[in-house]
Design a protein around this ligand. Structure first.
Ligand code: SAH
Length: 381
């Protein structure tokens, strides 16, 4: 690699881009390779991709085999971190890629089942070893691959969901903060449930009161957590499949005060403003408005717009819970968009909490990409 890449590695970032790789030797896509700085000094081991713009991902700062023993050690460390960190829940992220020093590997636990995502060529090739190691450490009843994620096309890998090990129970239910939630591991959004919002659901439930509006509810995470603490919840999403799961979850938990609606959030908010409806708490958890740096400006207009529409519906004293899961949008940018909406609507806001993804999705300080979720809680004065 060139000096620029060596410097990047020295500054704590594991990715080395195509243009900074000077000599690929005999390496084939999916190999685990030893990488050298200019002058030949070995910097450690990296996962090699023959297709992605990210050609190398550092996996160790030592020259060592990346084998079953290596994987077991990294996975055990990841498990140790989660012990005591995840309370009242048998669903959480066991391995979060770069942040657990296993670039491109995601493993989520749902009760006795595991869901795995292999996001680069090397992790894909290592999957049988990974399945072996997970079986030894956790004895799961099933391991599912949710490899139907778009980034795999950048690696020339097929998009597929399949069972890698064991048998998947028909009606898998997990417990989260006292709620029983059905998880659709093979067909649901993400790996089944938005585990990264688990701690934010608890936080949101502390503000629940009166009439709550949960835009982008998906399988109902926020709505279900807030329903027992308020009069009514209106929960909307554009996906009928997600709403069907949400509805079943409401019944299972005997929550009869949630009204689920299939709608476009932008239109619905505008309609409510025209009809002079008002709410005490509004949750906004839209999909990432941008997955690329180039579309950030348009995305910021989207965030401002949706926050503005929500603010028009909030009572004085009302609470806005505003999320963004795009890592291209920093917390500062979000606060700026919300401030813009606040000024345009003449509603003064106080920041009550600045939150992020649950602790089982740890953030690596020198890898900003590992920090993607922002959840800002504000109160209208
Ligand atoms: N709050 C949810 C996660 C939301 S993910 C939870 O905690 O589980 C984003 C959701 O927005 C998806 O379910 C998607 O179906 C929905 N969505 C995308 N565009 C939408 C739109 N224009 N209007 C309403 N919902 C939309």
């Amino acid at each position: 690699m060139n000096g620029k890449a060596a410097q990047r590695v020295a500054s704590g970032h594991p990715w080395i881009f195509e243009s900074d790789v000077t000599d690929r030797g005999e390496a084939r896509g999916g190999d685990t390779v030893c990488v050298a700085a200019p002058g030949g000094r070995a910097l450690g081991m990296a996962l090699y991709s023959a297709k992605s713009k990210i050609t190398l991902r550092m996996i160790s700062s030592r020259v060592e085999p990346v084998d079953r023993v290596f994987l077991l050690r990294r996975m055990q460390n990841a498990l140790d971190l989660r012990r005591g960190m995840v309370l009242d829940c048998d669903a959480y992220r066991v391995i979060y890629g770069e942040a657990d020093l296993l670039p491109g590997l995601v493993v989520d636990r749902y009760a006795d089942c595991l869901v795995l995502q292999a996001l680069n060529q090397s992790i894909d090739r290592l999957t049988p070893l990974i399945v072996d190691a997970l079986t030894e450490l956790l004895s799961p009843t099933a391991i599912i691959a949710r490899n139907d994620v778009a980034v795999r096309t950048q690696e020339d890998l097929p998009l597929e969901s399949k069972i890698l090990h064991g048998v998947l129970p028909n009606d898998l239910t997990i417990t989260m903060n006292g709620l029983q939630l059905r998880a659709d591991l093979l067909g649901g959004q993400k790996t089944g449930i938005y585990l990264d919002q688990r701690e934010n659901y608890s936080a949101a439930s502390r503000y629940a009161k009166g009439r709550v509006l949960d835009c982008f509810t998906s399988t109902g995470g926020f709505a279900l957590h807030m329903a027992s603490k308020c009069d009514t919840v209106e929960a909307i999403d554009s996906s009928a499949n997600a709403l069907a799961v949400a509805q079943a979850n409401a019944q299972r938990n005997q929550l009869g005060n949630i009204q689920f609606l299939e709608a476009n959030a932008f239109d619905l908010l505008a309609g409510h403003a025209a009809a002079r409806r008002s709410f005490d708490v509004i949750v906004l958890d839209p999909p990432a408005f941008t997955k690329s740096r180039s579309a950030v400006e348009a995305a910021m207009r989207g965030y401002k717009e949706i926050n503005l529409r929500a603010l028009q519906l909030l009572q004085p004293g009302g609470v806005l819970i505003s999320c963004s899961c795009s890592h291209h949008v920093s917390e500062a940018m979000m606060l700026e968009a919300i401030a813009g909406a606040s000024l345009d609507t003449g509603r003064q806001l106080r920041v009550l909490e600045r939150r992020t993804q649950s602790q089982d999705h740890p953030i690596l300080l020198t890898v900003p990409e590992t920090h993607y979720l922002k959840c800002i809680i504000l109160q209208v004065l």
